[in-house]
Design a protein around this ligand. Structure first.
Ligand code: ADP
Ligand code: GLC
Length: 494
């Protein structure tokens, strides 16, 4: 199959969250399964094109932006590192040559994000024509590239190169929808007849994700749990009705993780390697992490790690509510994250108040994320909602027992501890209340203090879990085949 992956971020080039892990890693596995897969993303100002030896494609490319007119961009190309998957970068400095991907340094979203990502969506299609690549399926991700299926079904429906292309839209996060003024229809320029309650109109605004959900041949959420949840008002963020209307086209595929990058036996970022049969290195990592964050270097106190974007989704309000109570327990917490100003200020303040018990680093650091996974005993994920979640999967591999709110991908991937059967891979709580979170942490502490052999068992079972990309890639291949069949009536035979 010929597959085009379109995304707003991909590792190792640009990343704000798990979407980048998916867009940068899944294509490599699809390639290994024998498919012709290519990736398209913007060339942001933060990407070092010399380091990746990018080459320019000859000639400029004109992309129609309706009332804005035709915008001319360039395309550069290299391979996804460690693979022979071509990745194309849309070069349009006026939109992309900025440090941030989506936001100003102060956190405010760029005012032209609507145009930036409508442009990306359309440029990806023009690129196919330019290089003569006729994809069987185009895999788009989140609202940023949700306009792709809309264009495919409208302005490109009869196109020679693109008319037969099926589309799959993956929902990594339903909260972000790309909702803009109705006039964005004039930039899309597909005709105002598509501004209706089924397609792009949402409360008199133009909603790109909604348009994508309507037009994609198939769509999927990044876990089965989340696929069910987004059909409800609590998790659908207003689009639950749209999702329910098309639930016959909805699938769930859990993300995998990259076990080359996240493996405590060969992790170049951590102080000492370790694995399931030799855990000594983990205690070295814990000691080093305590020193790095200025915590009291004690091996007998449990260390709870947390690495996340500091936004409401991640449940940090709940954590903030019980924080001082937690600090009265004999535990330590290590936190890495950046995001909303109130949260950054709050956690900074707490680290001044409890320097020996709470270490925090406000910012973004992949190496420190690895060291927190390796050095912690438990990992906190009190997310309000979590479409898949990657950190609990890293934690399992690192023998860092996850404590999670039982939602979405967290609920699908973590088995609750059961002391009677000596089973489970982590601790779950079901009500998103401060008491439930506090009591679950206290439960973990209790076990740590009085039943260390149970902690050993949990750790071992956690480390034996595998969530590989191989399996997820195979599921995506089946979904692509189904999408191609729906779109063209053609069966893909292996
Ligand atoms: P989301 O995509 O909603 O942010 P995920 O759990 O899917 O949540 O993925 C988050 C990814 O981003 C993980 O790989 C995590 O390690 C990484 N990450 C988040 N915040 C930071 C940070 N401040 N520093 C380093 N890595 C981070
Ligand atoms: C989103 C979700 C996260 C998921 C990631 C990758 O950012 O918040 O749960 O793991 O996308 O699919």
């Amino acid at each position: 199959m010929k597959i085009l992956m379109v995304a707003s971020e991909a590792v190792p080039f640009a990343k704000t969250g798990g979407l980048a892990d998916v867009a940068g890693v899944l294509p490599k596995f699809l390639k290994q399964l024998g498919h012709d897969v290519r990736v398209v993303m913007p060339l942001y100002g933060s990407i070092d094109q010399w380091k990746y030896r990018m080459e320019a494609l000859p000639g400029a490319m004109g992309v129609w932006m309706g009332m804005i007119g035709e915008l001319w961009c360039e395309v550069r190309q290299c391979m996804l590192p460690g693979s022979d998957v071509p990745i194309y970068f849309i070069v349009f400095d006026q939109y992309y040559a900025r440090k941030g991907l989506y936001n100003e340094p102060n956190g405010a979203g760029f005012l032209d994000n609507d145009n930036r990502f409508v442009f990306l969506s359309r440029a990806a299609l023009v690129l196919c024509k330019k290089i003569g690549f006729s994809p069987d399926v185009i895999h788009c991700n989140d609202w940023h590239t949700a306009a792709v299926p809309v264009f495919l079904n409208t302005v490109y429906a009869q196109d020679e190169t693109l008319g037969q292309a099926a589309s799959l839209l993956t929902i990594h996060n339903m909260e972000y929808q790309g909702r803009y003024y109705a006039g964005l229809m004039n930039v899309l320029d597909i005709g105002w007849e598509h501004f209706n309650h089924l397609e792009l109109e949402w409360q008199n605004q133009c909603n790109l994700l909604k348009g994508g959900l309507y037009h994609a041949t198939l769509f999927n959420a990044v876990s089965h749990g989340y696929a069910a949840e987004i059909q409800t008002p609590q998790f659908g963020h207003g689009l639950e009705g749209v999702v329910r209307d098309r639930r016959d086209a909805l699938r769930g595929v859990l993300n995998g993780i990259d076990y080359e990058e996240w493996n405590p036996a060969h992790d170049k970022h951590i102080t000492a390697p370790y694995d399931i049969d030799d855990m000594y290195g983990k205690s070295v990592c814990k000691h080093a992490l305590q020193e790095e964050l200025g915590l009291e270097p004690r091996s007998d106190v449990p260390l709870f790690g947390l690495v996340a974007r500091l936004v409401d989704q991640k449940g940090i309000r709940l954590l903030a509510q019980i924080f001082e109570a937690l600090m009265r327990l004999d535990i330590q917490i290590a936190l890495l994250g950046s995001g909303e100003a109130w949260a950054e200020d709050f956690f900074r303040l707490m680290s001044y108040r409890y320097p020996e018990k709470f270490g925090c680093h406000i910012g973004y650091s992949n190496p420190l994320a690895h060291r927190i996974e390796a050095g912690s005993d438990f990992f906190l994920m009190p997310s309000v909602f979590e479409p898949c979640g990657l950190n609990q999967l890293y934690s399992l591999r690192y023998g860092t027992i996850p404590i999670v709110h039982a939602v979405g991908g967290l609920n699908d991937t973590i088995y609750n501890y059961d002391g009677y059967f000596h089973s489970g891979t982590g601790f779950k709580y079901y009500d998103q209340t401060p008491e439930a979170l506090y009591n679950t942490i206290a439960w973990a502490l209790e076990l740590w203090t009085h039943q260390p052999s149970e902690i050993e068992g949990l750790r071992r079972r956690a480390m034996e879990q595998r969530f590989s990309w191989q399996g997820s890639a195979e599921q995506y291949v089946e979904i692509y085949k189904e999408a191609i069949f729906r779109k063209t009536g053609r069966s893909v035979i292996d």
